[in-house]
Design a protein. Structure first.
Length: 157
């Protein structure tokens, strides 16, 4: 019962936009874990006037009518740094500081992204859209300003 009460307090604090500090007592030595908001994205597909909020642990909150496609909690990471919505399909990508992109919804018709100019391994600080004048995908940006483009393969490839 105590675990449920603590979980509800964390969800309530998260809903208010507060930084949440959780003590992990399951480890050999308790440690503080901080989860915080790292990104937002408007619902530009037209489902509503809302959007999404991403927390560093992969938790996604849909706001004001935006559809919910899933979150990154199952990956047990605390290095999510941004998200990019897909205006062509229903979904979004969640991006980590190590250059991983996790797709949720119908992005890329279920196909993996193709890296146009390599892929970053560290120091990713977020993602931007659009990739260019046409095509589906996004770009990751690193701390030093380097931009890495990712695109969906054309349908039929």
């Amino acid at each position: 019962m105590k675990r449920i009460a603590i979980g509800l307090a964390v969800v309530a604090a998260a809903g208010l936009g507060l930084t949440v500090r959780v003590i992990d007592a399951s480890a050999s030595a308790p440690r503080a874990v901080s989860y915080y908001i790292v990104g937002t994205w408007p619902d530009d597909i037209g489902f509503g006037s809302g959007g999404w909020v991403l927390w560093s642990n992969g938790y996604v909150k849909a706001l004001n009518g935006a559809p919910y496609y899933g979150n990154g909690l199952k990956y047990h990471l605390n290095n999510f740094v941004g998200m990019v919505g897909d205006p062509h399909d229903a979904g979004y990508w969640l991006i980590t500081s190590t250059g991983k992109a996790y797709a949720f919804g119908a992005v890329c018709n279920g196909n993996p992204l193709e890296a146009r100019n390599g892929d970053p391994k560290f120091n990713v600080i977020g993602g931007i859209y659009p990739v260019g004048s046409s095509g589906e995908g996004f770009s990751m940006v690193t701390l030093k300003g380097r931009v890495y483009q990712f695109v969906c393969p054309p349908i039929g490839d």
